[in-house]
Design a protein around this ligand. Sequence first.
Ligand SMILES: [Zn+2]
Length: 60
Amino acid sequence: MAAVETATKDGTLDAFPSDDERISGPHTGYDKYGTVDHTYWKCENCDVEATRKDALTDCC
Ligand SMILES: [Zn+2]
């Protein structure tokens, strides 16, 4: 039983946010006429935007 308690209190996984927590989206992007143009994802860490979520995996 003691071993189980130690494992749940470890918390090392929480120290590193997953990509899904760091990257928000999909957001709706508009062209200069205000028409829906594309969807994009945004990294909340460094404010980079990309039209593919994959492109943000290694941005920061
Ligand atoms: Zn980033």
